[in-house]
Design a protein around this ligand. Structure first.
Ligand code: CMP
Length: 137
């Protein structure tokens, strides 16, 4: 069993599709091991996405991720990192395969509905950013 971090981003929370997105995970073998709703400060968002700090989209990314509430989850299942990324679809919703979360719920590469860890190593770091061990079941 593997764990990965998922974030339902402000665009999807504002659209009221939290339940529809969680349904995709639960129907595809990913169990919710932890979950909370919160609003990131700009500092939180900058720290979480520090790996992108030199990319041209960093400022917009931090603005967007701190613009509204998000839902953060630890998803658990076999090959959870890869499975979550398959369910999300490509980062740019215009390139996302039909039936993926981003194809169905995202508007743009910035407002792209969900984030998911890209490796087992980063999943551990991202999970520890949001959750204490005692909050994960
Ligand atoms: P996410 O998976 O949360 O990781 C970083 C985010 O930066 C990404 O989703 C996109 O929402 C955003 N982003 C904006 N422009 C780009 C880009 N050119 N390449 C990758 N990510 C981008």
């Amino acid at each position: 069993m593997q764990q990965t971090l998922s974030i339902i981003k402000p665009d999807a929370v504002k659209k009221g599709v939290i339940g529809k997105i969680i349904d995709r995970f639960e129907c595809n073998g990913l169990r919710i091991a932890a979950m909370k709703k919160l609003r990131l400060s700009k500092d939180d968002a900058a720290k979480f996405y520090e790996v992108h700090k030199d990319r041209p989209f960093f400022k917009d990314l931090v603005e967007f991720m701190s613009s509204g509430e998000v839902v953060v989850m630890v998803l658990e299942g076999e090959n959870a990192v890869v499975k979550n990324r398959e369910l999300m679809g490509a980062t740019n919703p215009k390139e996302a395969a039909a039936g993926t979360i981003r194809a169905d719920f995202a508007d743009s590469i910035d407002a792209n509905a969900v984030h998911g860890s890209d490796s087992d190593e980063n999943a551990k770091i991202e999970i520890a950013f949001f959750f204490a061990k005692r909050e994960i079941f």
